[in-house]
Design a binder for this molecule. Sequence first.
Ligand code: SF4
Length: 363
Amino acid sequence: MKISFPHMGNLHIILSSAIRILGGEVIVPPYNSKTTLSLGTRNSPEAVCLPYKLLLGNYIQAIEAGAEAILMLDSPGICRLGQYSASSRNALIDLGYDIEFINFDLYQGKLKEIYKKFKRATNNGNPIDLVRAIKVALIKIDILDQLDHALAYYRAREIHIGSADSKYKKGIKAIENALTPRECRSAIKYALEQLSLVPIDANKEVLHVDITGEIFVVLDPFANLEIEKELGRLGVHVHRKLNLSDWTKSSLIPSILRFNETHGEKAKRYAKAYLKRDIGGDAIESIGDAALAGSNNSDGIIHLLPFTCMPEIISQNILTNVKMNNDVPILSIVLDEQMGKAGFNTRLEAFVDLIRRRKRKIA
Ligand code: SF4
């Protein structure tokens, strides 16, 4: 069975290796593009959120490329996320596609569900292979986040624009090819060495900006119009507050085995003064990250939200209070298929200008 799954940042690297270790055949859909978005938009309800449209576009492109089964996520959620797999399944059936849907139902026990569904997708129920696949996937989640954080440092300080990205691509290739923990360790060592070759101005006056918001648009460079790259070009060291490794730590590791506070727990603690209960999506994280930014020397916060995303619309309104209490500039950017790159970059440049002048005035 040829298996596929949607994109979300570097997620395809993690899932592909897990399936390959188990002996399954993977079809990675073309990376998100205008074609993906237009396929998704054409077949989605108009007001549905951007991640859904991109996911549906991924599924269509994967099926057209020969996928026979699709991995989907059924996640507990108060927002539309809980409906994603059922709605996209209906849309694909209406389009006449005859494929198998393999749902990771996170309403069920997570580890048991991962075991069951990987077994179904690859026809390999050998627990030793499954443990190996999960172990490599978890290592890759960690090292990819590590590499992204290193990239943010070099991007903000590189002397030749784009040089950090070209070294990063070499590192990503090495991580993609690694299929054992030892190969993963060599790959991250190689990737970080590549980045260290980038000529930088270590004394450059850089700004520190936190990025938070809805996880899909925070992690996916196509959905967020490559915001991290654009900010790096403007001399901003980006601190991405939502990462896949945070999700695995809080979702897969039982709380009694966790020795440090997870990002989600910390965000919840800081958000408590503004929001006391989960309202879906990543709203608590957005508010907590913004509240925390008041005490972690950030020069500003960028809050990313998909158009019509209810939880983030609520957090966007609460952020006005956070901004007043913490005296930290916050820019909320609503993302949808109408967003143009030129206007987006102009807003980023204006924000960076503002926080640079503010920082110089305070210094
Ligand atoms: S958090 Fe927002 S964008 Fe994400 S699924 Fe829920 S409503 Fe859609």
